[in-house]
Design a binder for this molecule. Sequence first.
Ligand SMILES: Nc1ncnc2c1ncn2[C@@H]1O[C@H](COP(=O)(O)OP(=O)(O)OP(=O)(O)O)[C@@H](O)[C@H]1O
Length: 268
Amino acid sequence: MDDSRFIDIEGVEMVFHTRKGVFHALREIDLTVAKGEFITLIGHSGCGKSTLLNLIAGLTRPTDGVLLCANREIAGPSPERSVVFQNHSLLPWLTCYENIHLGVERVFGKTDSKAQLRERTMAALALVGLTAAETKRPNEISGGMKQRVGIARALAMEPKVLLMDEPFGALDALTRAHLQDELLKIVAATRSTVVMVTHDVDEAVLLSDRIVMLTNGPAATIGEIVDVQIERPRDRVALAQDARYMAYRTAVLEFLYRKQAHPAKDAA
Ligand SMILES: Nc1ncnc2c1ncn2[C@@H]1O[C@H](COP(=O)(O)OP(=O)(O)OP(=O)(O)O)[C@@H](O)[C@H]1O
């Protein structure tokens, strides 16, 4: 298998048929993602980032073109491509442990013993530093902790690809920074392939191997790709004064606020 084309998106078009008529959301999307690569998707509101992520997740099918993961067509949702949403989507009546265990059981229930399932669940809780919150329910923990449970649940399923739709969007700046650092460590340890939607330019530069920038909708496409050549592990404090970091940041800002300055008013 060619690891450089782990996710392979070719000629993807997405057209929605709504009551108001036909809406062409994405056009001519061509993108390959290498195994172990961290990709962020950035672009103005309504340009089609979530639409593209949902296509990779298999939650929707493209109008035209093809999406492959590990050489197989993405034909529907699968635990091998788990998704973390902005609003964690935990089940409120289950504990943190049970929320993660549910996903673990779905993937490994047929092959693993009960003890192994418990081990996997506890390992995922430990990975995000929430061992002590095992028996708590979502309403008893903070927003940042909920998001960590969501990430743990996704990672516990040992997905080939981790898909994240603005996972830290609803968090305060400090919690967000903390979770970004944790995510960097986790991804380094698990060598996951990640595609993440974000609005945050600093987040994109800090986390990404490549930043994929979408043009404004309708009919959005990939405008430019920034290749972030900064060695890992990355340290946010040191990076803040790194000339390369500033240059990448400026390149993204230029794209968003000069080249794509005026998002189409009726794109939403
Ligand atoms: N199911 C749908 N039916 C009709 N139009 C849709 C549907 N899903 C998305 N769209 C439209 O496609 C465009 C892209 O939407 P999408 O949610 O992917 O944007 P986004 O870049 O993720 O936005 P945001 O940053 O605000 O979350 C928008 O104009 C949206 O209204």
